[in-house]
Design a binder for this molecule. Structure first.
Ligand code: GUN
Ligand code: FE
Length: 453
């Protein structure tokens, strides 16, 4: 069992039995256990072998459990466009590729088809929780919520709000947007009143596509109900310039969201590539999270977000695929890209500390996501009281893209245990750089196995 409970630290628990109760919560974690049934019965003597389900992966160093990936920024309706972006940059990309596709989701057959595929594909890649943008259409957005419920993925569902600077065929008025937002909130509360699996998330697309009164209405709705909230911030230089022309009375881009009450401890800001020190500190003071979307930032040429600089101020940073600004629905690929982009930053700045390690980016993919979503009490790592929400990885499965070499010569002189830990770190690095969905053999959400290959 492996996880990254803190930034940069991989912890490996060998021969460990984990007990999961009926509510999907971890009841006990017992390392160096030979007999899982005995571990369970000594935890609760009323249990017997017949009422314990055992999943045994002992005997293979190539198999391990890892916390589920948390994708804190993904546009479900853009999934058909993954990989299609040409040489576009943000504002022309939205006009050319994105709005026409999203607009087609007024057709519920299209929505049902694509949303089923998105949830299946992300789950198969080990994404146990996702913060989704849908489209402006309330009924299609409700379908996305139903799909996540049905397929067992933890999801935040956001009806996308936009009432200006959008095409005639893909825009709402303020009143329409208020009505459709409420419609989706009601639907989600009806489907999952306790928010066990799905929750709503307030979703102004970005400042440029919302009037100030819409932003204020959404901000007040957020703060009154302590809802999650997500939007885009400081992604692209032309976008920033355009936004400040639209909102001349505000100090900077972040100030627009702060003054309209959109920043809270459950707010996730995607991209944040070109922030100033002052903006970063405002975000930190509200406890809002950031979704780092490096595949997207490279693809549509937005820039290199300064992740170490953000982390140093105490801001929660997580990872987002940003499909289809980003081309892949895999958080593992995004983690790899985060690792590489940090090196590109170092090549420019010559500040070695900007480099993110394998364990740093795996932390961002799991615990970082849990913190950004304000769900670190229950997700992101393995601990008693947290959810059993994870992926079972097999690096040596049939067709595995990972070459699980056995190295011949130990590189460190130390104990057998230290040697095993180095060996496992090597395997984790190989997984990060060469692995894909073929290595994900099982996925558990809320203690339930939702993918079994
Ligand atoms: N800014 C506003 N809308 C979008 C979107 O759909 N994707 C990205 N990457 N940025 C945006
Ligand atoms: Fe986005």
């Amino acid at each position: 069992i492996a996880h990254t409970p803190e930034l940069g630290r991989l912890e490996v628990l060998y021969n460990t039995a984990v007990g999961v109760d009926k509510a999907g919560q971890i009841a006990f974690i017992q390392p160096e256990t030979v007999d899982p049934v005995q571990a369970a019965t000594s935890y609760d003597s009323s249990l017997s072998a017949e009422n314990i389900d055992v999943v045994d992966i002992s005997g293979s160093e190539n198999q391990f459990f890892f916390p589920g990936f948390i994708d804190t920024h993904i546009h479900a309706p853009q999934f058909p466009n993954c990989g299609i972006f040409g040489n576009a940059t943000l504002l022309d990309w939205l006009e050319t590729y994105t709005f026409p596709l999203e607009s087609s989701f007024k057709d519920l057959d299209i929505a049902a088809d694509i949303y089923a595929k998105v949830v299946e594909r992300t789950l198969a890649n080990g994404t146990t929780a996702a913060s989704y943008y849908a489209t402006i259409h309330p009924l299609a957005t409700n379908l996305l919520a139903d799909m996540a419920m049905m397929k067992g993925q933890r999801a935040l569902i956001g009806k996308c709000c936009m009432n200006q600077n959008s095409p005639q065929h893909y825009i709402e008025t303020l009143e329409e947007c208020q009505k459709s937002t409420n419609q989706v909130l009601e639907h989600i509360h009806r489907r999952d009143a306790k928010g066990l699996l799905i929750k709503p998330i307030i979703t102004p697309r970005f400042a440029g596509s919302c009037t100030e009164d819409l932003l204020r209405w959404l901000g007040d709705l957020r703060s009154k109900n302590d809802y999650h909230c997500q939007t885009h911030l400081s992604e692209n230089k032309a976008e920033i310039e355009w936004t400040m022309k639209l909102f001349p009375d505000f100090k900077n881009y972040t100030d627009i969201y702060e003054k309209t009450n959109l920043l809270g401890h459950k707010t996730i800001l995607a991209h944040c590539v070109h922030l100033t020190d002052e903006e970063r500190d405002v975000i930190a003071s509200h406890g809002s999270g950031i979704s780092h979307c490096p595949t997207s930032n490279s693809s549509i040429t937005s820039g290199e977000a300064r992740i170490r600089w953000l982390l140093e101020s105490g801001v929660n940073v997580s990872l987002g695929t940003d499909c289809s600004g980003g081309f892949t629905p895999s958080i593992l690929s995004v983690a790899r890209q985060a690792h590489l982009v940090s090196r590109h930053l170092v090549m420019k700045t010559e500040v070695e500390a900007e480099k993110l390690s394998s364990n740093d980016v795996l932390y961002l993919a799991t615990m970082g996501g849990a913190k950004a979503l304000d769900m670190a009490d229950s997700l992101g790592s393995f601990a008693v009281g947290k959810k059993w929400e994870c992926q079972m990885i097999d690096l040596a499965c049939e067709g595995s893209p990972v070459d699980t070499f056995k190295y011949q010569e130990p590189r460190w002189e130390s104990s057998e245990r230290a040697e095993a830990e180095h060996r496992f770190q090597d395997l984790i690095d190989k997984w990060l750089f060469n692995g894909d969905d073929r290595n994900v053999r099982r996925v558990y959400v809320n203690g339930r196995c939702v993918v079994k290959k």
